[in-house]
Design a protein around this ligand. Structure first.
Ligand code: MSP
Length: 618
């Protein structure tokens, strides 16, 4: 078990010169002998720098009309049970991508939501002793709450029980019917309720068990409406030929190609045995198959706030999607069924479908049906959203499977966030406070002339950008972390603490070194913000910026030279508290002599102090 050490990150932004050291535009720093830059803005009365002079580069932030729109979706999550870490994973990844695209200045429409119809949901509601509708309200709300705790910045949240969505599904169904692609027939097969899908006997394990859910499929015979998928075989093949990047990562394209090549069977798009669903137009004895219904949520979400949206309004509000982010288990629905449905309705196809891997526990897909899940609320509560987001995006290569272990989790976030980045920032600010009154002595562009760290940072941040663009989220994190490593190496090589003691030119050089490292930290704060937004804001705040400034920053702000001479840093405070293993803390406490005090300190305070002392020791 691990416990998070709490401390207050409510770092008061130091807008004024923190030491109240009076300076004017011609002030010479008393220890370094360096002049402050002349472009500082000094209010007459104060005669000291009030705030940073850096301009926000808004080159990337185009007007919303002119900006390219990036429409990104997560799957709509089944509400049979509350979210688990596997469901949160897709959404965290989508959020990082959405935030990155916003940094590029694009207008982003980030869609998520819940899939609320079908047999599986009705059964879950009955088991919980509630009506399907009450059950959906509760679980859908649990998703919304978790998304808030994980700082998910979605723009739309669609519930498939929303009447506006239902209207659009019926309209779409009627279009496909008019196209002649829906017919009625008997169907007999093996059905997996957890997948909400008829299965091919060849795919099943012994006793007709579904390989994903390890539960037997049920024999079903129904008189259903069918969608003529087979009609679209050639067009689907053609789409893959013309858009070789349609399915990502590239290795999943082969899988999709082979499904199509092996011959596509028409599939049933209605259920006679399921009441909890949208009635089939002109036949209310049947409901629309949950997948046919839910996939349309990607379109209906786009106009969910409009009074009476129809299919056309929804489509013209942002369709086609730029990217569907999904788990690999639902690739067939997104890369075969959905494109064919869209072709039939005469609508554009999404530009890209990315199928990521699974979070596993003991090698098995973590899931609600198997009950081997990891509780995201608990993780967020114990370790904070930045740690959770960072760990899963950094540790699991996006596209492949990844296993969770608490030990690894703690080691990674401590090493990367608390030490490599957090501790470097804290040490640098500590030295700046001691030797330069927390004030930058020169512009970062000037400080870094001919500096090797600057060159390294520029290369690494460009690497991070390319990785984000390619959805290689783990590699993007790695590139940013490398900036932290380079900063630490620079600090150790130049040992500014020694040079400050030498005074004169050595002291001047040391003061410049601190500016260089802090500029690297500023760039880290922008480049890692898609992954760990609050953590990055705390870095930014330490560098003396306002929240508005942070919120309006763009990727072009990663260009070297943002920090200007005269900018006053905040009081150094740790931006990430190390996570301590409870056992470690307990051992440490046991070896300490008992304190003779009537009043015991609260646990949280003890932990916060322990964190502070650990960080300052480093
Ligand atoms: N309701 C459908 C999606 C309809 S989209 C129009 C569905 N829902 S789900 O709740 O079962 O799964 C939602 C997403 O969570 C899927 O992308 C799935 O791959 C993902 N995950 C569920 N368990 C997972 C892991 N253990 N690991 C990673 N992602 C997993 O399918």
């Amino acid at each position: 078990m691990a416990a998070r050490i709490n401390y207050s990150v409510q770092n008061t932004l130091c807008l004024l010169n923190p030491l109240n050291y009076p300076v004017n535009a011609k002030t010479t720093h008393f220890k370094t002998g360096l002049n402050f830059s002349k472009n500082l803005i000094f209010p007459r009365k104060l005669k000291r720098p009030t705030f940073c002079t850096c301009a926000v580069s808004n080159n990337d932030r185009q007007s919303s009309e002119a900006a390219e729109t990036f429409v990104l979706t997560t799957p709509l999550y089944y509400v049979n049970a509350p979210p688990h870490m596997g469901s949160a994973y897709t959404t965290i990844a989508a959020d990082a991508i959405a935030r990155f695209q916003r940094l590029l200045g694009k207008k982003v429409i980030f869609v998520t939501g819940t899939d609320e119809h079908g047999e599986k949901i009705a059964a879950a509601a009955a088991a919980a002793g509630s009506t399907p509708s009450q059950h959906c309200d509760v679980i859908s709300q649990a998703y919304k709450t978790l998304w808030k705790d994980l700082e998910i910045s979605h723009d739309k949240f669609i519930r498939t029980t929303d009447p506006k969505h239902e209207g659009i599904v019926k309209e779409f169904y009627s279009r496909v019917l008019d196209k002649g692609d829906i017919y009625r027939a008997d169907y007999e097969g093996l059905y997996c309720v957890n997948c909400e899908e008829y299965k091919d006997e060849k795919e099943l394990l012994d006793n007709n068990c579904c390989p994903m859910h390890l539960k037997p499929c049920i024999e079903r015979k129904e008189d259903n409406y069918f969608f003529a998928l087979s009609k679209y075989q050639k067009q689907l093949e053609e789409n893959l030929r013309q858009n070789p990047n349609f399915v990502q990562p590239p290795f999943r394209t082969n899988e999709v190609q082979s499904w199509i090549k092996s011959g596509l069977k028409d599939f049933s798009i209605s259920r006679a045995s399921v009441d909890w669903g949208i009635p089939v137009p002109n036949d209310n004895k049947q409901t629309i198959y949950v997948w046919f219904d839910a996939l349309l949520g990607y379109i209906s979400a786009l106009s969910v706030e409009k009074e009476q949206p129809d299919l056309q309004t929804a489509v013209s509000s942002g369709w086609p999607a730029s990217l569907h982010l999904i788990g690999k288990d639902i690739l067939r629905f997104h890369a075969v069924y959905w494109p064919a449905m869209l072709m039939s309705a005469g609508l554009d196809l999404p530009k890209k479908v990315f199928g990521h891997g699974f979070l596993t526990k003991d090698g098995m897909k973590m899931g609600k049906s198997l009950g081997n899940t990891l509780e995201p609320n608990e993780l967020v509560h114990n370790f904070g959203s930045d740690a959770v987001r960072y760990f899963f995006l950094r540790e699991v290569e996006f596209g492949s499977d990844g296993d969770y272990s608490e030990e690894r989790f703690i080691n990674i976030v401590n090493a990367h966030l608390a030490n490599t980045i957090g501790n470097l920032l804290n040490r640098t600010l500590g030295l700046l406070k001691k030797n330069c009154q927390s004030t930058l002595v020169v512009d970062s562009a000037v400080a870094a002339e001919g500096n090797a760290l600057k060159d390294a940072v520029e290369k690494l941040v460009e690497k991070a950008r390319i990785h984000y663009e390619n959805l290689s989220l783990s590699s993007a994190c790695e590139a940013v972390l490398e900036i932290g490593n380079a900063g630490n190496a620079y600090m150790d090589e130049n040992a500014p603490w020694t040079r400050f003691k030498q005074g004169g030119a050595a002291s001047e050089a040391a003061a410049k070194d601190l500016v260089v490292i802090l500029e690297a930290m500023r760039i880290v704060a922008i480049a890692l913000s898609p992954v760990a937004p609050s953590f990055c804001w705390r870095i930014y705040e330490q560098l003396g910026y306002s929240k508005d400034h942070f919120n309006s920053v763009t990727w072009s702000g990663t260009k070297w030279g943002g920090l200007k001479g005269g900018q006053v840093m905040a009081q150094p405070k740790p931006v990430f508290a190390r996570i301590e293993n409870k056992t470690e803390l307990e051992e440490e406490a046991a070896t300490r002599k008992p304190v003779k005090s009537k009043q015991k300190k609260p646990q949280a305070q003890v932990a916060a102090e322990a964190a502070e002392s650990l960080i300052s020791r480093n």
